[in-house]
Design a protein around this ligand. Structure first.
Ligand code: SF4
Ligand code: SF4
Length: 82
């Protein structure tokens, strides 16, 4: 359940794992350390980023704008908002 998105948090962050190319930009720009690198590979051979601490997100969307592969989505509200 470590990566399960909860409903009672202000923002929901989702990473499209198959689109991630492991550049690490989102990890660099996130001021709250929401992301971690996975220890497995996606279909293209990259280790995708995981949303490990979604409850820490403040909705700044730096990750959304930093991702060159449009693989991150940030929405207001809990998981039902996506
Ligand atoms: S919106 Fe901001 S705080 Fe939330 S995961 Fe992205 S960079 Fe981090
Ligand atoms: S910025 Fe996008 S492509 Fe780069 S590590 Fe993060 S999710 Fe993956």
């Amino acid at each position: 359940m470590a990566y399960e998105q909860k409903n009672n948090q202000p923002y929901t962050v989702r990473v499209y794992e198959q689109g991630c190319k492991e550049c690490g930009y989102c990890i660099e720009v996130c001021p709250r350390n929401v992301f971690v690198q996975a220890n497995y590979f996606n279909d293209k051979g990259y280790r995708p980023v995981q949303v490990k601490f979604p409850e820490k997100c403040i909705g700044c969307r730096r990750c959304f704008f930093a991702c060159p592969d449009f693989s991150i989505d940030v929405k207001q509200g809990g998981k039902d908002s996506l």
